[in-house]
Design a protein around this ligand. Structure first.
Ligand code: ADP
Ligand code: MG
Length: 232
């Protein structure tokens, strides 16, 4: 599903250059649930943003579903992003003046789906995350966990090939984090390929594989015995 080879990324700041990714090699198969671990500043978000086509690498290759991701113009990149990738962020990134259903349905608007279908699919996905009854509530009327579930529904509504989550539990208490991870496990068990960036061990242990980044290289990449969440 994902194959990257010898990926490099630097940030230029005036005369200085910060080499953040220093030759990353890894691949992710269909249906995996991978945690990308590492301390703050180790390059996790940089890597995820490149995988999510929100940023580009300086060197190396990236194949997503056997398609080479390189030198695309912004229109084509946006198309691929919409079709192939779903994003979940620490800060939810919901639109404040739109209700839960409108937030979930918005990406479908950009895919050109008629209004009726957007509503139908949107409700379907809100239902999947247990929030059908909350469809007309604004983000300000939802708890942190509910907001993140709306964000997950929004990311899933366009049926992406890969779900990318950058610290999805970073703003949540531990009970709510477990609920969100239980949902991520369920979506993964239904077949979705998912990458979760985290710096917390217990969150990483809820995945099936841990890739450990340190100073811009992968220092460890191992399959683990998944901590399956049952009591939610
Ligand atoms: P992580 O997500 O693991 O905390 P990041 O990928 O966000 O790490 O950042 C890695 C390093 O790159 C950090 O030192 C950060 O300050 C720097 N960095 C991230 N984004 C930028 C940017 N747009 N411009 C300059 N430096 C950046
Ligand atoms: Mg980060």
């Amino acid at each position: 599903m994902i194959e990257i080879k010898n990926l490099h990324k630097s940030y230029e700041m005036g005369a200085n250059s910060l080499h953040v990714l220093k030759g990353i090699n890894f691949s992710v198969k269909d249906g995996e649930l991978v945690a990308i671990m590492g301390s703050s500043g180790s390059g996790k978000s940089t890597l995820l943003n490149i995988l999510g086509m929100l940023d580009t690498a300086d060197a190396g290759t990236y194949h997503l579903d056997n398609i080479k991701i390189a030198n695309m113009d912004e229109t084509k990149a946006a198309n691929y992003r919409n079709k192939f990738l779903g994003f979940v962020f620490q800060s939810f990134n919901l639109i404040n003046y739109k209700d839960a259903l409108e937030n979930v349905a918005l990406p479908l608007y950009y895919q050109g789906l008629p209004r009726k279908d957007r509503q139908k699919v949107g409700l379907e996905y809100l239902d999947k995350v247990g929030l059908k009854e909350w469809s007309d509530h604004l983000p300000s009327e939802l708890s942190g966990g509910q907001k993140q579930r709306v964000a997950i529904a929004r990311a899933m509504a366009s049926n992406p090939k890969v779900l990318l989550a950058d610290e999805p539990t970073g703003a949540l208490d531990s009970t709510t984090s477990r609920e969100v991870m239980a949902l991520i496990q369920r979506i993964n068990n239904e077949g979705k390929t998912i990458l979760v960036v985290t710096h917390e061990n217990d969150i990483a242990n809820m995945c099936k594989r841990i890739v450990h980044l340190k100073d811009g290289i992968i220092v460890e990449d191992k399959k683990i015995k998944q901590n399956i969440i049952k009591d939610v």
